[in-house]
Design a protein around this ligand. Structure first.
Ligand SMILES: Cc1cc2nc3c(=O)[nH]c(=O)nc-3n(C[C@H](O)[C@H](O)[C@H](O)COP(=O)(O)O)c2cc1C
Length: 202
């Protein structure tokens, strides 16, 4: 009997979990690294990696400084894109969508789960501003660490979770006949609140 093919699933999230659960076993170093793309007011695209922290039917959540370039561009446009690649499985997921923010309770819960040093570095970061040198950065970090020793470190209001809420998701996977390049490309598109699924030529 043939093994059921996950690409036959009717819900994109089932395929995502299938890909990602396998990835956690195979890739020990940042299996959740995703590339986030935004566009500035001149139409210049901009991409960078972040760590994906949650995936639900609503979308893909990562955490960042809300004064960062990515945050400004994503909220200015109300649109963004995400790409995930698995070297181990030779698969990729590509998402385009609208942009939303998690509520304070969700942001606080994730903040509380972070290690103290990660909290301190988020707290002192003057996101993407020029810093004199490495020593300056380390001095500010040490000062804040001392200041907050044994105290609760509050989540800065400018640090939260951004959700890429998908409108289009593509699952790409190479097949065992790699040399033929007959790869699988399955796309889900949200039309009138309903997900439509189709296959593309590779
Ligand atoms: C593997 C990896 C994971 C990263 N994870 C995050 C993250 O979760 N959140 C974040 O704000 N920056 C993260 N960064 C740093 C960003 O790539 C980026 O340098 C920073 O957020 C500033 O981006 P921006 O100026 O385009 O907003 C990560 C970098 C790498 C290489």
């Amino acid at each position: 009997m043939n093994k059921p093919n996950i690409l036959e699933a009717e819900n994109w999230i089932d395929i995502w979990h299938h890909y990602y659960n396998a990835e956690i076993e195979l890739e020990k170093s940042d299996p959740n690294a995703i590339c986030i793309s935004s566009v500035d007011t001149n139409g210049m695209p901009n991409s960078r990696y972040v760590l994906l922290k949650d995936v639900t039917e609503r979308g893909f959540t990562f955490y960042t400084n809300l004064t960062s370039q990515k945050s400004i561009e994503l909220f200015q446009n109300g649109k963004g894109a995400m790409t995930w690649w698995s070297r181990a499985q030779n698969k990729s997921v590509r998402v385009q969508g609208t942009v939303d923010q998690v509520n304070d309770a969700v942001a606080n819960a994730y903040w509380d789960s972070r290690k103290e040093d990660a909290k301190i570095s988020a707290l002192i970061s003057k996101q993407s501003k020029e810093v004199e040198n490495r020593e300056q950065l380390e001095e500010e970090f040490a000062k804040a660490k001392l200041e907050y020793a044994g105290k609760n470190i509050p989540r800065p209001a400018h640090w939260s979770g951004i959700i890429i809420c998908p409108l289009r998701i593509e699952f790409w996977e190479s097949t065992s006949e790699y040399t033929s390049r007959l790869h699988n490309r399955i796309v889900f598109e949200l039309k009138n609140d309903l997900w439509q699924k189709k296959r593309l030529y590779p």
